[in-house]
Design a binder for this molecule. Structure first.
Ligand code: SAH
Length: 205
């Protein structure tokens, strides 16, 4: 079995991930391509890994759970905040019509854009900048995924979500031992949220 397929079988299936589209994409995507070469041997381990600039790529189970919670459909337009390695954006790119992903660290944005291009993910656009402002020129979005911890939902992101759209984010202080991964849905212009499980993310800055 290929390492990515084994990762799905051992870490995701039977661990709360039931969305077959998510499992299929994660069994095929080469996670090592998103990591510094020295970390390739650890690419499929069940833990977060450093990607430079003090940032991390999340554990596969957390990536899968966030993707599943977002419930991305083939026709959807998705916004991701915190491109990091580009791995999460690549998964969303395979599942959706279009992905805009914003990264604050220019070096990471550049690297993520290069690997996404190499893998042929032409429907994913990497933008270097402050994701707290969202991407008003591409709004509204069917789903928004924030990959960094924040004590509150940035108002522009709530505004750029379609009615009925989903927002997934780790809510809480980045200094705290854990944050709460939450799924919100926009109904009647208001966000209604529920907790998924505790997580630990780098801060949204
Ligand atoms: N989704 C990524 C992991 C993200 S780690 C992956 O699959 O690899 C969180 C990322 O959020 C870091 O790269 C960090 O630089 C970025 N970040 C932090 N604050 C940000 C902001 N205001 N706007 C955009 N990106 C931000």
């Amino acid at each position: 079995m290929r390492p990515a397929a084994r990762m799905v079988a051992e870490q995701l299936r039977g661990h709360g991930i039931t969305d077959e589209r998510v499992l299929e994409v994660m069994a095929e995507l080469p996670r090592e391509d998103f990591l510094p070469a020295s970390l390739a041997p650890a690419a499929y381990e069940g833990r977060a890994l450093p990607i430079g600039q003090g940032q991390t790529i999340s554990q596969p189970l957390v990536v899968a759970a966030m993707t599943q919670a977002l419930a991305p459909g083939p026709a959807d337009s998705i916004l991701e905040i915190g491109s990091g390695s580009g791995y999460q954006a690549a998964i969303l790119g395979r599942l959706c019509r279009r992905v805009v992903t914003i990264e604050l660290e220019p070096a990471l944005a550049e690297r993520a854009a290069a690997v996404l291009k190499r893998l042929g993910l032409e429907n994913v656009e990497v933008v270097a900048g402050d994701g707290r402002l969202g991407a008003p020129q591409h709004a509204p979005f069917d789903g928004i995924l924030v990959a960094a911890a924040t004590p509150e939902i940035p108002a522009p992101l709530a505004a750029q979500l379609k009615e009925g759209g989903r927002l997934v984010l780790p809510l809480g202080d980045s200094e705290a031992p854990a944050q709460e991964l939450r799924l919100y849905r926009k109904r009647g212009g208001e966000l209604e949220g529920a907790a998924i499980f505790p997580v630990k993310f780098v801060p949204l800055r």
